[in-house]
Design a protein around this ligand. Structure first.
Ligand SMILES: Cc1ncc(COP(=O)(O)O)c(C=O)c1O
Length: 360
């Protein structure tokens, strides 16, 4: 029986040609952000309708640098524990304090009511994750940020192409962080981006461009200065070349994901499953299965790959938080991701649905 992979990027001759063209050009990388990288940034900025886009070499780097724009040293940053560990690591890189808040059990995104109760004088940032591609309640977070003088920084690693109130994710928060890891809806070998939406973006744009390239500023020909510490976080030309091609088909591929989600939502006979929402890019499709280990083993025996996104960050040794997050903890003991990528055929989808209904 054919193996159905959990993730599977879509590549065509276009990506192959773009890679070969870049290879032959011998211009493979530059911290200056020219070439394919600049072209990708411009196109992504147009796509998201953000004020600015600054590309980097991972979603983790995007989160690190976005948080560096706000001084979070010894300040609290509100985030969900149900995320990839980078969301929390980026706060620590900046000397901040992760303040984990529970999620809404239907969307698995941060619960705004719980967030409002967690805000105190030491809070600086609200950092929601658009879980699985389903947008968090940004209007409520914008209100909370205005009322309490906080910044909204979004982890949109799952949400490239998602929308909220008819606007693309990337055009709402102060800074929005994307990942273009190979399993993501827009896949690169490695890559990420930060979109900015503040009125006065110029200052932040300059800071990010310098921080992604070792702190280099004021370049004049071959001369430059360094005002502050930066990192080697710039995107390479191969990633950008692939990204330009991936961006062209993103909406089409996301539409396929939405159609698969519709079948899952209608045909999977479980009460705990990802809701149907046209705003979601469906990076993941999650179900809740109380007997998770035996279910995953059965799926594996039937050549259907599944995954766990995620184990709770607040329980990891590094964070070892005493915070109690009952909804997150329960969900993390049951959650399973099933394949939802545009390479799935109708018969693959039927096989997945039948197996879930049989074994969950
Ligand atoms: C929610 C979330 N945040 C951040 C990241 C980090 O992105 P990257 O792997 O590109 O560093 C990921 C990637 O897996 C993610 O899923």
């Amino acid at each position: 029986m054919k193996k159905i992979k959990l993730f599977d990027p879509i590549i065509t001759a276009k990506e192959e040609q773009a890679v070969i063209k870049t290879l032959k050009s011998k211009f493979w990388a530059s911290g200056s952000g020219s070439g394919n990288v600049l072209e990708f940034e411009k196109k992504f900025n147009k796509y998201t309708e953000a004020k600015r886009t600054i590309s980097v070499n991972s979603g983790t780097a995007a989160l690190h640098l976005a948080l560096s724009l706000v001084n979070v040293k010894n300040k609290e940053v509100i985030l969900p524990s149900l995320s990839f560990v980078s969301t929390a690591n980026a706060i620590i890189y900046n000397g901040g304090i992760p303040k984990f808040v529970d999620v809404d059990p239907t969307t698995l995104c941060l619960d705004p009511l719980k967030v409002s109760k967690a805000i105190n004088k030491n809070t600086k940032v609200i950092l929601p994750v658009h879980f699985g591609g389903l947008p968090a309640k940004l209007d409520e977070f914008v209100k909370l940020c205005k009322k309490n003088n906080l910044k909204l920084i979004e982890d949109a690693a799952h949400a490239v192409g998602s929308t909220f109130k008819n606007k693309k994710i990337g055009s709402h928060g102060f800074a929005v962080c994307f990942s273009f890891h190979p399993v993501k809806n827009l896949a690169m070998p490695t890559g990420g981006a930060i979109t900015l939406n503040e009125k006065d973006v110029k200052k932040y744009e300059e800071l990010l461009k310098s921080r992604r390239w070792c702190g280099i500023t004021n370049r004049k020909g071959v001369k430059y200065d360094v005002n502050e510490l930066g990192w080697n976080y710039y995107m390479n030309e191969f990633s950008a070349a692939i990204g330009i091609e991936q961006l062209k088909k993103l909406d089409k591929l996301n539409k396929k994901r939405k159609n698969i989600a519709k079948r899952y939502f209608e045909e999977i006979k479980l009460s705990g499953k990802m809701p149907l929402n046209q705003d979601s890019s469906y990076h993941l499709y999650w179900i809740r299965v109380p007997k998770r280990d035996s279910f995953m083993q059965k799926m594996n025996e039937n050549n259907i790959e599944t995954g766990i996104h995620y184990l709770p960050i607040h329980k990891m040794k590094l964070f070892n938080s005493k915070q109690k997050l009952p909804i997150t903890e329960k969900i993390c003991s049951e959650i399973v991701s099933i394949p939802i990528h545009p390479n799935l055929s109708e018969s693959d989808i039927s096989r997945i649905i039948n197996s879930v209904n049989k074994y969950a």
